[in-house]
Write a protein that binds this ligand. Sequence first.
Ligand SMILES: Cc1cc2nc3c(=O)[nH]c(=O)nc-3n(C[C@H](O)[C@H](O)[C@H](O)COP(=O)(O)OP(=O)(O)OC[C@H]3O[C@@H](n4cnc5c(N)ncnc54)[C@H](O)[C@@H]3O)c2cc1C
Length: 395
Amino acid sequence: MKIAVIGAGIGGLSTAVGLQRAGAEVTVFERASEPRAGGSGLSIFANGIAALETLGLSEAFDAVTDAGVEGFAAGQRLADGRWIAQVPNDAVGALRIVDRADLHRILLDALDPGTVLTGSEATVTATDGTLTVEEPGSAGSAVSEHFDLVIGADGLHSRTRTVVDGETVAPRYSGYSAWRGITSVPVDLSGEAGESVGHGRRFGIAPLADGRVYWFAVANMPQDAVFADEKATVEQMFTGWHSPIADLIAATPAEEVRRTAISDLSRRLARFHRDRVVLIGDAAHAMTPNLGQGGGQALEDAATLTVLLGPLLARGRAGNSAEDRAELEAALQRYESLRRPRTQSIAQKSRLMGQVFQLESPLLAGLRNAVISAVPSRLIASQAASVQKWSPPSV
Ligand SMILES: Cc1cc2nc3c(=O)[nH]c(=O)nc-3n(C[C@H](O)[C@H](O)[C@H](O)COP(=O)(O)OP(=O)(O)OC[C@H]3O[C@@H](n4cnc5c(N)ncnc54)[C@H](O)[C@@H]3O)c2cc1C
């Protein structure tokens, strides 16, 4: 089966690894001049770890992450450092914090050389699997190519999504943006990580395996806000917050402090596939990062698609005879029925969580904190576990 993947993000690369290993002839088209990890860190919970295992990537992933993070105190703190909720260490399941650059390297290393074509902008022109591919410097000239399956892994601003849905489903700005960074040196966290909440602001701390720390800072602002100096702005916004927040920002090179406007999709997609085109990752279900699940869900998509296409690929079938065509359609239909409800429900929870944690009014934020501190930690853990529980489908 000849498969095109549009986009070399976490979703596209992990899907390419799974399908190539299962026997497909895979090409990944990436419009950037090199695959970009997007900088900073990523939380991968038990579900993402299970998906990596299904894709045969556990060993490589374990080599760059550390289970030690599970021993850290985590939950929510106030700006002054007092805990309002702590998640019991044993209750949430596995968690790893990975440097995105390491994850990208693992995924690229797992692919056959030449699988990823960079500087290649790909556009789906027909749902029968026809793509046009434009290379940089080609003065707009494009070549047309046919694939047995096209996987749209082209992220939040996906154009493949429009082909599958029939209409443009635009990103929807959440009202807040996030700075992210990784310290250039190890910083002592005294065994404490998690999120600290204020009024319309939040700061998150996550230790990497080598002692460096991935952090994020979220603040309400217009989508088009402009700051002369991103690092100075985040330093100033979180002045007076508990230790070691100021140290973490100070230990991060200014050029590594980047801000992203947080968005999800303005409406749920009614379908994830049409004919020979299927969506994965943010292209299908971009979500706010409040549950730390966008990448994990992309990995679940990759693993699910790999398992469901496995029988066809194992028989070396391209999905072109009437019988194979029906089998391919059934596999894509099952992918959609497994992935659509789960990802859309997580996206909704994530958005709601963002609205609660970004409350600006001191009165409402105080009320929120009181409610959070009253909720039994076992209940918080069981809610988290319901999102983080996943296993691959059986075929
Ligand atoms: C602040 C923040 C924190 C986050 N934290 C976490 C976390 O802790 N844990 C977690 O699991 N997730 C997290 N996420 C979410 C996660 O980053 C995304 O869900 C994930 O990266 C999506 O991967 P993707 O491959 O679907 O899309 P992308 O990474 O967006 O990749 C899409 C790729 O497609 C390429 N492309 C687009 N159009 C074309 C085209 N026409 N032709 C060729 N190439 C094209 C792009 O250049 C890009 O490389 C976070 C997100 C944000 C913003």
